[in-house]
Design a protein around this ligand. Structure first.
Ligand SMILES: C[S@@+](CC[C@H](N)C(=O)[O-])C[C@H]1O[C@@H](n2cnc3c(N)ncnc32)[C@H](O)[C@@H]1O
Length: 261
């Protein structure tokens, strides 16, 4: 995914929420990946601010992810009758809740404890929720055996950076995938990097919008996550806002590789 906050100016509202004093929330395993030199500043590093959001305000993150729905073409592309699926960086389950309809067994790997708690609650309330097991883990150290799954997938989570996947993380996803199975990166932000590693690209057309629960919810979340569009959202009293207006590429695409038999 390419969020507008990748630049220096935007995402200021998210960055402003946290300070270096918050870094103590990371476990040692998390700190070794997100602040390897021990001295990050979420006020200037938006990637770090997102990681703090997951741990300090997980419900706020969940409200955002629930509004940013995946393109139906992406969901339709997924296998319908897999035996096992492994999802990495499952978050609060935007994709996981779709996967439990499509496999007999799903393992959802998620490093952030507060997101795992929300995901477990959602699964407990969902039909087929008992098909999923939620476990702690990272892209570069997946707690799963070789050749475990028919599909190994990540949605809006994998990047080429070492702390969020990288070379080692992609190799881990491929290790856990069975021969002839598929590794898929949904809403990728690093197409050329993935293409260089033999990943093919699919994108589904059509207009897409973020669907907030109410105008009030849209105004509040836009103020934090899409500050460039917040004024328009507020003035027009919008509840449904096109990704174009928000300046965010929509979750309409994926990169995948089918492993040799
Ligand atoms: C933008 S959220 C996406 C969550 C979920 N897949 C979704 O689409 O709603 C990114 C997720 O990646 C997870 N993540 C961050 N670093 C990770 C790592 N090194 N290994 C695995 N997951 C990671 C975060 O904890 C978070 O749940």
């Amino acid at each position: 995914m390419t969020r507008p906050e990748a630049g220096a100016g935007p995402a200021r509202e998210l960055r402003k929420r946290y300070s270096p004093a918050d870094l103590g929330v990371f476990t040692p395993d998390e700190a070794s990946r997100y602040v390897p030199r021990g001295d990050g500043d979420p006020q200037t590093d938006v990637v770090l601010a997102w990681e703090l959001l997951y741990r300090l305000e997980p419900d706020l993150y969940d409200r955002l992810a629930s509004a940013e729905r995946l393109h139906p073409g992406v969901l339709g592309w997924l296998p319908r009758d897999a035996d096992r699926i492994a999802e990495v960086g499952a978050g609060t389950g935007r994709l996981t809740l779709e996967l439990i309809e499509r496999a007999r067994q799903v393992v959802a790997v998620e490093p952030a404890g507060p997101l795992r708690q929300i995901l477990k609650r959602k699964l407990a309330a969902a039909d087929h929720g008992n098909r999923a097991r939620v476990v702690q883990g990272f892209f570069d150290q997946l707690p799963l055996p070789d050749d475990f799954a028919d599909l190994v997938v990540a949605c809006s989570a994998f990047t080429a950076a070492a702390g969020h996947g990288g070379e080692v993380g992609l190799a881990e996803m491929e290790r856990v995938c069975r021969p002839g199975g598929c590794v898929a990166i949904i809403w990728p932000n690093n197409l050329r990097w993935l293409a260089a590693r033999d990943y093919r690209y699919v994108s589904f057309p059509g207009p897409m919008s973020v669907e907030f629960g109410s105008c009030h919810e849209a105004a509040e979340l836009a103020g934090i996550f899409y500050p460039g569009a917040a004024d328009k959202v507020r003035r027009r009293g919008l509840r449904t806002v096109s990704f174009e207006v928000l300046g965010l590429n929509p979750p309409r695409d994926l990169a995948f590789k089918v492993l040799p038999q």
